[in-house]
Write a protein that binds this ligand. Structure first.
Ligand code: C2E
Ligand code: MG
Ligand code: MG
Length: 445
């Protein structure tokens, strides 16, 4: 059997294919509809979308495969593939009778019990301009295909490429993957049904370990899947715009809870001057009434504005679009503080420091995790801290997990920190007792 040919830019082609992250995904209804349409339009028993990887071809979608390749066949070795030839040639191939074509006559699916006799495949060209695989039709009978039929196949292959592009964009936005929910109706219903819960992570004063405040972190108490972390539904909330009602609910819940803790602490009590940090997304920031929503949360809860910190990331500032600066001015005018979250992880940390002038900078946990690893890592963390301090910002270190990290941060002059060393985010019921009694918390929970 002759070796399957390679594409002239095979390395780049494989890198492009892998960037689609579609090789191991489950069934896809839209792709399946396309393969069915191809089989019907060309009058063949079988149509397949084959993605040609280094050593094998994988069928991401197959219609009628049981007629030709056998039930449940999802891949074959690359050397035994027709589609690898389409990929190498980067153009449609029509094989009216495989037994009479030296390139294919010895393929197991031709000589074996499958008896494939005819094949036609059109390349699926990705946005990078490189072929990912082929949309193909096969039959056990020999058959000619006219130019019009090949044209139909090529157009359908173009649509497959567009769909794969959408899948790639979804994957990049965190909207696909085994753990990611893609049902915005369920999220909408969950928000309306009060299934959002807010957990709170203490922010502590490093030298005294005294609680200064808490960060509010949203969870979704999903009726079937249990408590979900933000990574599992925030990308969907962002993409669908549901982050706006979600954010409003979190803000009101958090302000109300912290106002209650402050009141329970009594004047001068452990929690009387507690503050709360709430994360704000870019979508919320671009809502024209964002300042009013925040003002309403303060009014409803009775929380004084100076007890509220709004956390923004560079991503949310960049995605805020429109008139972010005006929105920030209005928010600041309420008397609340602004924090720059995940500092140092974005593309333009310094420019945001300049433009946004936060009251507080939160040093991302990746810098905390790297403390003590090398001189360069330590220097980088020290420089970030110094920069923020010299600009007059408060500094909070995120993700402190070990006593060594806490000591290193203290040596750098950082006073405020949060992290598993002090407490993981916890539900209200788990925190209230500790908070009011000023009990030190067990390290994790
Ligand atoms: P963030 O604002 O940077 O929050 C800190 C994240 O680090 C939280 O993850 C927290 O659980 C985690 N964390 C805290 N201490 C440690 C530690 O010592 N080690 C490690 N490895 N992780 C630690 P979580 O709760 O999963 O939240 C993830 C992100 O989701 C948050 O990052 C924030 O950007 C976003 N988020 C959470 N709640 C909301 C919300 O209500 N609205 C918006 N727009 N975003 C939210
Ligand atoms: Mg945050
Ligand atoms: Mg952060």
């Amino acid at each position: 059997m002759p070796a399957a040919p390679r594409h002239p830019r095979e390395g780049e082609r494989l890198a492009s294919l892998h960037s689609y992250r579609v090789l191991h995904t489950g069934p896809d209804a839209a792709l399946d509809a396309l393969t069915r349409a191809a089989a019907r339009a060309l009058g063949t028993s079988t149509a397949l979308i084959s993605l040609v990887d280094e050593h094998r071809q994988l069928f991401t979608s197959a219609s009628g495969v049981e007629h030709v390749l056998g039930p449940g066949v999802r891949q074959t070795p690359r050397e035994e593939s027709f589609c690898a030839h389409v990929v190498a040639a980067e153009e449609a191939i029509v094989v009216p009778d495989a037994t009479a074509d030296a390139r294919f006559a010895d393929l197991p699916m031709v000589t074996g019990p499958q008896h494939v006799r005819s094949y036609a495949g059109a390349p699926i060209i990705g946005r990078d301009g490189l072929p990912l695989g082929a949309l193909c039709v096969m039959d056990r009978a020999p058959r000619e295909l006219d130019t019009a039929a090949v044209q139909v196949l090529s157009e359908l292959a173009g649509t497959v490429a567009e769909l794969l592009e959408l899948r790639r964009a979804d994957a990049a936005a965190g909207l696909s993957g085994p753990d990611v929910l893609v049902d915005s109706h369920a999220l909408r219903a969950g928000i309306d049904a009060g299934q959002l819960a807010v957990h709170y992570q203490p922010v502590v004063d490093l030298p005294s370990r005294r609680w200064l405040g808490v960060e509010a972190l949203v969870r979704w108490d999903h009726p079937e899947r249990g408590l979900l972390a933000p990574a599992e539904f925030l990308p969907l909330a962002e993409a669908s715009g549901l982050v706006v009602p979600l954010g409003r609910q979190v803000l009101t819940l958090a302000c109300t809870q912290v106002a209650l803790w402050r009141a329970q602490g009594g004047a001068g009590g452990a929690s009387a001057d507690l503050h709360v940090a709430v994360n704000l997304s870019g979508r919320q920031l671009s809502e024209p009434d964002v300042a009013q929503v925040i003002a309403d949360a303060l009014t409803i809860s009775g929380l004084p504005p100076e007890a509220l910190v709004l956390e923004l990331t560079e991503t949310s500032l960049a995605a805020g679009g429109g008139d972010v600066d005006t929105a920030l001015q209005r928010i600041r005018a309420l008397g609340v503080e602004l924090a720059l979250d995940d500092f140092g992880t974005g593309y333009a940390s310094f420019s945001y420091l300049q433009r946004f002038q936060p009251d507080v900078v939160k040093i991302d946990r990746c810098f905390v995790a790297a403390l003590g690893r090398s001189e360069r890592d330590d220097l980088l963390a020290a420089s970030l801290v110094q920069l923020a301090q010299r600009l007059g910002c408060g500094v909070v270190a995120e993700g402190v997990e070990t006593p060594e990290q806490a000591a290193a941060l203290t040596a750098l002059g950082v006073r405020h920190a949060q992290g598993y060393l002090f407490s993981a985010p916890r539900a209200v019921a788990d925190l209230t007792g500790h908070l009011l009694a000023r009990d030190p918390l067990p390290a994790r929970g």
